[in-house]
Design a protein around this ligand. Structure first.
Ligand code: C5P
Length: 293
């Protein structure tokens, strides 16, 4: 099954919660940059094979934790086991949700393989236990995320949008980014304004509506990420922002042709990982899930 990455087109930190998490108002959008997860049934044990040295193959990988959560369910048997094969294309420490998307795919695939019969609602609970971003990937498309990011309100599919992604060699750990959050610039674009722009056909309007409250705190410590944002704009992107907790940034482009030329310029002028991606609607995400059946 292909596991798509996401961008946070909008991310407002509403406040700090008693449990240490931050209350968010965010807009997720899946894109066509995908990892690939395959499962094969074996008896009694779970093993992960992964093509990336950056992603762990042990219990700290969310895919393995997803499998453990399912095996602990009363519907599961001790004989249930699987070999999971994960091919990573989404960089880690990027804010692109790769690990979360892989975990959501693992829940769906193992629920099928082991014939547990868990409903989407049950999977949502398990997903939220694995991480704040995991529930979003059960449906994909575009959605408003509230709470930790796990309380979702789906948005209707919008026209295809083109982005250029860029990530510096060093990643960002999510807890570090939140620890550096400072409540500055809170008078930015509101969600209503963003949504009005998002529903318009104008890439320039969407570009003007981008917001990420984690960005200033991260940029203060990471001049390499600040430089990439500058480089994206200099290469011709309409606007650029960090996604989630970073370190990946994205530029909004008017068209595929413009995105490809921005990406070429960026590759020539930086040492960053660079990719062109387009938005992936909920219907396309469901098709990816069905493909893996
Ligand atoms: O939920 P997840 O495991 O992805 O969160 C990782 C870390 O990111 C948390 O331990 C917390 O430090 C931070 N976080 C936060 N507020 C959120 C989401 C994550 O403070 N809404």
């Amino acid at each position: 099954m292909r596991c798509p990455a996401k961008l946070n087109l909008y991310l407002r930190v509403v406040g700090r919660r008693a449990d240490g998490y931050h209350e968010l108002e965010t807009v997720f959008q899946t894109i066509d940059l995908c990892d690939e997860l395959a499962v094969r049934g074996v008896s009694g044990r779970v093993r992960l094979r992964c093509n990336s040295a950056e992603a762990p193959s042990d219990h700290s990988n969310l895919v393995v934790r997803a499998a453990s959560l399912l095996r602990a369910r009363p519907e599961a048997f001790v004989s249930h086991g699987a070999v999971l094969t994960l091919s990573k294309a989404i960089p880690t420490g990027a804010g692109l949700g790769g690990g979360s998307s892989d975990a959501a795919a693992a829940l769906v695939l193992l629920n099928r393989l082991w014939e547990l019969g868990l409903t989407v609602d049950s999977l949502r609970w398990l997903a939220a236990e694995l991480g704040s971003d995991v529930p979003f990937f059960l449906e994909g498309g575009a959605a408003i995320g509230r709470g930790r990011g796990e309380v979702l309100e789906p948005l209707p599919d919008a026209p295809t949008r083109w982005f250029v992604l860029a990530k510096p060699p060093a990643g960002v750990a999510t807890p570090w980014a939140y620890a550096h959050y400072r409540p500055v610039g809170r008078n930015g674009v509101g969600l209503t304004d963003f949504l009005a722009a998002w529903q318009s056909d104008e890439p320039a309007a969407i570009a003007a509506g981008l917001r990420n409250d984690l960005e200033p705190g991260v940029l203060a410590e990471r001049p390499d990420i600040a430089a990439l944002l500058e480089a994206l704009l200099a290469a011709g992107a309409v606007n650029a922002r960090m996604t989630g907790s970073g370190a990946c940034v994205f530029g909004v482009c008017e068209s595929e042709a413009q995105a490809r030329s921005v990406a070429e310029r960026l590759k020539a002028s930086t040492d960053a990982w660079v990719a062109v991606a387009r938005s992936l609607g909920a219907a396309e995400c469901q098709a990816l899930a069905a493909e893996g059946a």
